[in-house]
Design a protein around this ligand. Sequence first.
Ligand SMILES: Cc1cc2nc3c(=O)[nH]c(=O)nc-3n(C[C@H](O)[C@H](O)[C@H](O)COP(=O)(O)OP(=O)(O)OC[C@H]3O[C@@H](n4cnc5c(N)ncnc54)[C@H](O)[C@@H]3O)c2cc1C
Length: 637
Amino acid sequence: MQLDAKIPGGPIAEKWDRHLFELKLVNPANKRKYDVIVVGTGLAGGSASATLAELGYNVKSFCIQDSPRRAHSIAAQGGINAAKNYPNDGDSIWRLFYDTVKGGDFRAREANVYRLAQISNDIIDHCVAQGIPFARDYGGLLANRSFGGAQVSRTFYARGQTGQQLLLGAYSALSRQIADGNVQMFARREMLNLVVVNGQARGIVVRNLINGQIERHDAHAVVLCTGGYGNVFFLSTNAMASNVTAAFRAFKQGAWFANPCFTQIHPTCVPVHGTFQSKLTLMSESLRNDGRVWVPKSPGDKIPPTQIPEAERNYFLEEKYPSFGNLVPRDVASRNAKEQCDMGKGVGETRLAVYLDFADAIKRDSKAVIEKKYGNLFQMYEKITGEDPYETPMRIYPAVHYTMGGLWVDYNLMSTIEGLFVMGEANFSDHGANRLGASALMQGLADGYFIIPYTVGGYLAGTELADVTTDHGAFKESENDAQSRLSRLLAINGKRTVDDFHKELGLIMWNYCGMARNNEGLEKARNLIQQLRGEFWENVTVPGSGQDFNQSLERAGRVADYLEFGELMVLDALARQESCGGHFNEAYQTEAHEARRDDENFCYAAAWEHTGKETEPQVHKEPLIFENVELSQRSYK
Ligand SMILES: Cc1cc2nc3c(=O)[nH]c(=O)nc-3n(C[C@H](O)[C@H](O)[C@H](O)COP(=O)(O)OP(=O)(O)OC[C@H]3O[C@@H](n4cnc5c(N)ncnc54)[C@H](O)[C@@H]3O)c2cc1C
């Protein structure tokens, strides 16, 4: 099969409008004849379900949590980007487009990114109309702050709880449709398999997490909005329930997986502090608007930070990148923090931390102003560390945060399986090799409110779909497959817990496929993962039964998928012999230790195809063509 991104012709600024006109429409009276399954109720899935139902489709919406509003999106802190240019500081759709392509180290598809920038402004209008309480300036206009990789302030926010407020907006719209009977809500369901009939996605098989029953659900199209897979590293800032299972099982059914090795390591997280930890906490990037990052100049300095004189401090980001300072993109900030710690200049007990200091900002703006902007984040930090960040600098270190890789999708957000659409963090689109801050919320809502309602319609109106119900043999086969996998997990009866395996896998991924990679380490990781996977299927213990609420069984299924998927990430990292964005192969760096791309050989999205149990996945390349932005070495100096 040839990869066809289906990018519309014409000038980049006109592609989306032109495409909207060319897409076939479903007559309003016919929409109710179509069922659409949406898996996931985060910002991408919640907005998609609400909008599709509002249009008249019958929507079946699924999530793991007990309520749609507990999706991981609720945790998003810092904000959402849009090119409104309210501060009048020079922003434009073109600049947001350019910053995003450059921020992603030129590994994203131009046409998608431009559309994202165009739609960004509609999202803000839509959310304001929903009543989202965005921060406002003294005159009542919406306020903006800055995020990494941009020299303008374009981030709209609701204190440090932007994701929560946006999700409540999407959830309200979804609830209205549930009440009207247009959305059937299936909470506490985990998708275990995608059902494909005649090459078209026609349903899913899920497990009811409360009573263990396996259920079949049919539809005319399936939309996956199942979030990112950062938890493959065990420790990450993602919610505990975030997983790769739905996307990975779709991969096994024929959806190709793009750029799986592109992982974002966020520079400002509370450092790891012990071996019993199961979660890492993000300190929003917005803090770098006012916080200054530094380390003591002398390695091993143990003097309390407030007593270290100015002359003995190294504000390494401000010094190395005078233009962007503390607001360089995440990949750049993370690598530099690691470099300082590798040189022995790390702080705190583990020496794997740098300072984020608000003393100057408090002196300049007052404690009250800083509290108003970041109060909840400071409180969170104090609760975790027992230290008051108004008095002493925060200690921060990079942590796994976001995954740019995901199922490959074309311009319509359709995967390589007809009728299977993928949105939000679960797809690979828009962010290239590094995502700029505040752009994931923008993408999820662009996909859900503004893109999928049209492209699903275009698909349904233009496709012949046979009558298929859950009695079809493909559903039976899919159910049997899911059931036998669960039975197999329960029958192993070994000695090691699921978490124990997950922790070991996470460490392998972090050490060899994390912030810095090299070929030797990646080869080693591949072997280690294969061995660990072998042991898992012989020695894992999964107590309880399949006919009941059983969280060990849920986790076992997800970790089993990670044990295969982790190897795909390593394969992808090995195949990409260059450095770009979050993929930093130590062999490819500039003299200033920045990522060195190889545009001649690697200017493509790598889409991996599952070719069977015993054979290696095969890579397909979607060339990335830059007609509007010139390929150049990224510089934030
Ligand atoms: C701590 C933190 C802070 C962040 N802050 C920001 C920010 O300020 N700005 C920004 O732009 N981005 C931010 N991000 C990133 C952003 O929050 C996410 O990328 C985004 O919310 C993902 O939304 P989503 O809808 O794609 O998926 P999610 O919100 O992760 O939702 C996934 C949904 O899929 C469901 N699901 C998953 N697997 C299955 C399955 N097998 N079966 C059934 N259902 C399933 C889940 O139940 C859930 O409903 C942050 C991320 C983190 C970790």
